[in-house]
Design a protein around this ligand. Structure first.
Ligand SMILES: Nc1ncnc2c1ncn2[C@@H]1O[C@H](COP(=O)(O)OP(=O)(O)OP(=O)(O)O)[C@@H](O)[C@H]1O
Ligand SMILES: [Mg+2]
Length: 315
């Protein structure tokens, strides 16, 4: 199957700075792919390389099967981009901006007015459609820039920090629109963000960058499995269990570690299949089980653990 995006050892230097340093990853069509990493990690540079705005200093990239360095124009007709600082015409109205860019992206003249009106309505800008963009707040400009990115119904959407600087309500709305846009037409989304909760909600897989390098790539569950070996299971008990329980559990095949603190038991197991025998042992020894929760790590926990490991590795 053809990938929506495929990069191999992609690199870009600016003088002595390796902004993007040997990235290799693939994105399936229809995937929402998150790119995380601290300031200066190389996220925006990667977006610019994939859009053919910058040429790589090394490695290769294919976007919708095309080399962006050679086929930038053709690609821009099939991709939508929301850049870090959306440049809109401040002296034109919102509607005129969309008409201008729609014509530029080759949207058929007959379809354009309807599509512009639909997008203005979708993004809550109908009332301000005939106002000059110079009078818009940051959030309104961001929404208009998102409308522009969607105008020509692209197969692949690049969003560089789409909710940066938005109030919580506007950010949540934009997140919902991204979710909707990704479901339409099996669209692929490449999303750079510092908002880890947003990434957790939207992204199927994430890549974590640091100083141009890929620290990790995968689903949150895949990354958690590599960072915390084995699976931790929290078992809440109604009362403190008998002292011998800890030894019995340690003797069970597949149990690798445990902690017992009053009525909270945490057991590390090799996999889910071990959980029933843990519960049976606890109950068999008179433990009164209230809850059994396999631990799920948030993207935030994963992100900070990766950054810490990177720093410890560098030290
Ligand atoms: N045009 C440029 N000229 C010189 N250096 C650049 C240029 N663009 C980016 N860089 C450098 O490349 C590195 C990566 O920058 P980039 O903008 O890709 O980071 P980012 O991950 O998008 O960061 P942020 O989270 O702050 O947006 C930084 O060290 C930056 O200073
Ligand atoms: Mg950036």
């Amino acid at each position: 199957m053809a990938y929506a995006v495929e990069v191999e050892q992609l690199s870009r230097r600016f003088g002595s700075v390796a902004a993007v340093d040997g990235l290799t990853f693939r994105i399936e069509p229809g995937e929402v792919f998150g790119v995380l990493g601290p300031n200066g990690a190389g996220k925006t540079t990667t977006v610019r390389l994939l859009n053919g705005v910058l040429a790589p200093s090394g490695g290769r990239a294919w976007v919708l099967g095309l080399d962006p360095a050679a086929h930038g124009c053709e690609l821009r007709r099939r991709t939508g981009v929301l850049t870090e600082t959306p440049s809109l015409y401040e002296r034109l109205t919102a509607r005129d901006n969309l008409h201008f860019f729609g014509a530029l992206y080759g949207v058929a003249e007959a379809d354009l007015p309807r599509r512009v009106d639909d997008l203005l309505a979708l993004l809550g800008l109908s009332e301000r459609a005939n106002h000059k963009v110079g009078s818009f707040s940051k959030g309104m400009k961001q929404r208009l820039a998102l409308a522009r990115a969607l105008l020509h119904q692209p197969d692949l959407l690049f969003l560089d920090e789409p909710t940066a600087g938005l109030d919580p309500e506007a950010a949540r709305q934009v997140t919902a629109w991204i979710e909707q846009a990704s479901r339409e037409r099996g669209r692929t989304v490449f999303l750079c963000t510092h908002n880890l909760a947003e990434a957790q909600r939207l992204c199927h897989r994430v890549a974590v960058l640091d100083r141009g390098r890929l620290l990790a790539v995968g689903t949150a569950a895949e990354l958690a499995r590599t960072l915390w070996h084995g699976l931790w299971v929290d078992v809440d008990l109604r009362t403190r269990p008998p002292g011998a329980l800890a030894d019995s559990l340690r003797a069970l095949p597949g149990v690798t570690e445990l902690t017992l603190d009053e009525d909270r038991l945490a057991v590390q197991v090799e996999g889910e299949a071990v959980i029933p025998s843990v519960v049976a042992t606890v109950v068999g020894q008179g433990g009164q089980v209230l809850r059994v929760n396999p631990r799920v790590y948030s993207l935030e926990e994963i992100y900070f653990r990766l950054q810490r490991e990177r720093k410890e590795g560098a030290a």
